[in-house]
Design a protein around this ligand. Structure first.
Ligand SMILES: Cc1ncc(COP(=O)(O)O)c(C=O)c1O
Length: 406
C-alpha cells in the first residue's frame, strides 16, 4: 500500500464519534447538530427541475473539459461577481465535481516530489483535505497559524526565509473555514509577491464566497489579482487557481458541482491530470449547474436566511462565550475558555446534557509552532433553519449558566 496513506489523520467527525462513544444524550431534548458544515436550506426547485429535465445525455461519456455552455456560464458568473474582464472560458475555466476533489487533486498535479523536502503551506485551522492532499502528493504540510489578533488571519511574514523556497503549493481559504475571515487586498499583494518570488502556486479556496454578513461581498482572488494589475507573468492570474462551488451558494452539496479558474498554464495541466483520473461532470449536473450559476435571486434569499440566523444567534452566545459575527461563511468560531471547559469537554458535556453537537476546534487544527490554534474553541455550523439555530443557542446559554452554578 501507499505508505503516505498512514499519515492521514482520522477525519474530525471520526474523532467526534469517538468522543461521543457510549454516551446517551439527554432524551428530554431532540438532537440538534451544529457539527457538520453541510447546508440544510432546501435546494431551489428550478435547480431540481433542470436536473430532472436533462437526462438525455446519459448515453454518452461527458468530456472532462465540460460543455462550452457550462464553461461560458461559469465565466459569465465570474465576470459579474468579481467585475473583471471575462476569462477565456476555453482555457481558464474547468468544471469540477465539487471543490473538494479538485482541492485534493491539485496537489498531485502541482507538487514535484523529486525536489528536496517539498512543502504545501496551509492555514491552521484548515479544511482537512489540504493536509491529506499534501501527504499523498509526497509533500509535508507547513502550517501557518490563524491569529485571533489579526481577525484570524495568518501572519505570513512570520514564516522563516528558509521555508519559502521549499513551498510548492499554498492553500488559502477565504472566507475561511472555520474562522470566517476574509483576505484583504493588502494580504493578496503580499501573497502574490511571495508567489512571484518563490514560484509556488496559490490554490484559493472560495467555496463560502456567497455567504457573507456585511454589505460588501468578500474580495475574490481573481478580483484582487486584477485590481493589483499583476504583470509578472503572461496573465494577471499567473500561478493562481481559484476553487469555487455551488454546494453552499445554491444548497446543492449532493449535486457535486464546482469549478476551478485562473492561470491557463495550470488549468491546462490540471485538465490533462483530470482526464486520467476521470473527473468529468455528468450531463444533467452540467445542465443544472448552468441554471444555478445564472441565477442570483436564490443566492440572495439564502444569504438573507444566514444573516437572520447570525444576527439572532451571535448576541445570545456572546453572553456566555467569546464569539463575534464573522466576515462571512456559516460558522461561529467561539472561544469557550470563559466556561472553564476545554473544547472537547465542552462538546461532550453539551451533547450529554442538551443533545446539541458542536465540533471541538482542536480537531480542525494541528499543533504547530508550539500551539494548537483550535484549542479552547468550538465550531458551530449554523446550517439548519432559523428556529433550530435559535433553539440550539438557547440550550447552549442554558448549559453555560448551569456550569457557572455547579
Ligand atoms: C473550506 C472548504 N472548502 C471546500 C469544501 C468542499 O465543498 P464542495 O466539495 O461541496 O464544493 C468545503 C466543504 O465543506 C469546505 O468547507
Amino acid at each position: 500500500m501507499n505508505p503516505h496513506l498512514d499519515k492521514l489523520h482520522p477525519y474530525p467527525f471520526e474523532k467526534l464519534r469517538q468522543l461521543f462513544a457510549g454516551i446517551t444524550p439527554n432524551p428530554d431534548y431532540t438532537a440538534i447538530s451544529l457539527g457538520i458544515g453541510e447546508p440544510k436550506h432546501p435546494t431551489p426547485a428550478f435547480i431540481q427541475k433542470a436536473l430532472a429535465h436533462n437526462l438525455q445525455g446519459l448515453a454518452n461519456y461527458p468530456t472532462t473539459h465540460g460543455s462550452d455552455a457550462l464553461r461560458a456560464a461559469i465565466a459569465g458568473w465570474i465576470e459579474r461577481r468579481y467585475g473583471i474582464p471575462k476569462l477565456d472560458a476555453a482555457t481558464m475555466v474547468l468544471p469540477v465535481n465539487g471543490s473538494r476533489e479538485a482541492l485534493f487533486g491539485i496537489a498531485h498535479c502541482v507538487v514535484d516530489a523529486s525536489k528536496t523536502a517539498p512543502l504545501v503551506m496551509c492555514p491552521n485551522p484548515f479544511y482537512q483535505i489540504y493536509e491529506g492532499a499534501a501527504f499523498l502528493a509526497g509533500a509535508e504540510p507547513y502550517f501557518v497559524n490563524s491569529d485571533p489578533a489579526r481577525n484570524f488571519g495568518c501572519d505570513y511574514a512570520s514564516v522563516p526565509d528558509a521555508i519559502w523556497p521549499r513551498v510548492q503549493l499554498l492553500y488559502l481559504c477565504s472566507p475561511g473555514n472555520p474562522t470566517g475571515a476574509t483576505l484583504t487586498l493588502d494580504d493578496w499583494q503580499q501573497l502574490f509577491a511571495l508567489a512571484d518570488t518563490h514560484g509556488f502556486i496559490i490554490a484559493a479556496d472560495e467555496c463560502y464566497s456567497e455567504i457573507y454578513h456585511g454589505s460588501m461581498a468578500p474580495l475574490g482572488a481573481l478580483e484582487a489579482a486584477h485590481a493589483l494589475g499583476r504583470s509578472g507573468g503572461a496573465t494577471p492570474y499567473a500561478n493562481l487557481i481559484v476553487f469555487s462551488s455551488l454546494s453552499k451558494r445554491s444548497n446543492v452539496p449532493g449535486m457535486r458541482s464546482g469549478f476551478v479558474a485562473g492561470d491557463p498554464a495550470v488549468i491546462k495541466k490540471f485538465l490533462q491530470y483530470r482526464t486520467y483520473c476521470g473527473g468529468a461532470m455528468a450531463p444533467p449536473v452540467q445542465a443544472a449547474s448552468i441554471a444555478a450559476w445564472g441565477d442570483e435571486a436564490h443566492v440572495q434569499e439564502n444569504r438573507n436566511k444566514y444573516r437572520e440566523k447570525f444576527t439572532l444567534v451571535t448576541p445570545m452566545l456572546k453572553q456566555v462565550m467569546d464569539v463575534d459575527l464573522p466576515d462571512a461563511g456559516f460558522y461561529l468560531w467561539a472561544d469557550v475558555r470563559r466556561t472553564g471547559l476545554t473544547d472537547t469537554e465542552f462538546a461532550r458535556r453539551l451533547y450529554v446534557d442538551f443533545n446539541v453537537t458542536v465540533l471541538p476546534g482542536s480537531y480542525l487544527a494541528r499543533e504547530a509552532h508550539g500551539v494548537n490554534p483550535g484549542q479552547n474553541r468550538i465550531r458551530m455550523a449554523l446550517v439548519a433553519e432559523v428556529d433550530e439555530g435559535v433553539e440550539a443557542a438557547q440550550r447552549i446559554v442554558q448549559f453555560c449558566s448551569t456550569l457557572k452554578k455547579s
